[in-house]
Design a protein around this ligand. Sequence first.
Ligand SMILES: C[S@@+](CC[C@H](N)C(=O)[O-])C[C@H]1O[C@@H](n2cnc3c(N)ncnc32)[C@H](O)[C@@H]1O
Length: 382
Amino acid sequence: MPEVTLRKPLDRAIRAGAPWIFRDALEPGAKFRDGELVTVRSADGRPLASGFWDAKSPIAVRVLEPGPLRHGAGELAHRLRGALARRLAMLDTARTNAFRWAHGEADRLPGLHLDLYDGVAVARFDGSGARAFYGGLGKVLTASAKPLRVHSAVDREGHVICGDAPGTITVRENGLQFEVSPGRASKGGLFLDQRENRERVEAMARGKSVLNLFGYTGGFSLYAARGGAASTDTVDVSKPALAAAKRNFTLNRLPLDRAVFHAADAFGFLEAAAARGQRWDLVVSDPPSFAPSKASLPAAQRAYFRLHRLDVSVTAPGGILCAASCSSHVRREDLLGSVADAARACGRRFELLDMRGAGCDHPVIAAFPEGDYLKFAIGRVR
Ligand SMILES: C[S@@+](CC[C@H](N)C(=O)[O-])C[C@H]1O[C@@H](n2cnc3c(N)ncnc32)[C@H](O)[C@@H]1O
């Protein structure tokens, strides 16, 4: 097997399970094909880990296992079956048939995220190394899915991996129905990681006016409506997402006379609402990642602060604000600090009630803090 040698003293971190080895941590000059298996040796020549190569990404090696490679051809199917069994032990598929089947590094399937929408699997490959390494995925998916039935799979770009190209289907999440188009590049699915947070919002919604910012296909609004919300306002810049949100209300026989959908930029919507003095009892603010890289963090922090000030301004006294960040570069304390500072700047106070993350099908491992990307702060605004 090809070999690469560390030039940085990362032996302990790798032994502890760190799954990424950056190119600048290796002796220069190594050149292999995308997806090729490599052994990583310490500076003094001991084999530390085995993984696959990425020819372009700053992450040159994604670690498959510590030490020399012990597993053979059946290992991918074995890891997929194990990941699915762990989900099926936690989820009731009669109520939820859309969930994350495999969560990359945390499931020892580095660089692969696999979502299941009833019989359709959607794969995300992180980089060309992962795409090449998991090239045989289509052949093992159907057998690995047992006892569930998977009839087709696509990647996030909409390319078919196995079976026929899927059309629009209806899936269940905690008993609510959602229309999804998993074959459509990137935007056809659900943000599955927020499932348990949506359920939490449902439990707080009774009798409340609810504002769902960055609402996509209506997830938080549907749960709030089922939980007995007095009204829901869903804001998203995407008209197709809002049209799907409306159809999802109808699909679930939820009353549309108390649901308003606003195709608007959330910042502009909030500024206008704040200027009118409009307030909501429960505000959910779940923006796209403002910090896709570490370099973008300062600009992102300013954007979060601006958003949080507006969020606080439209939250009724004693109301609940749920503020999310889906960037791994934003830590829990950063999110909490931003919301608390924003509240103070408005002459208010944010009392944290619950700090949550992604659902149980998105596990986090200690050796890979980058995987702890979703934060969801729930608090009372006084
Ligand atoms: C993280 S997703 C929200 C997921 C949603 N909360 C759910 O549970 O399904 C972010 C959403 O923000 C929308 N978006 C992005 N920029 C926006 C903006 N400036 N104003 C309003 N919506 C925006 C996107 O169209 C996308 O639907």
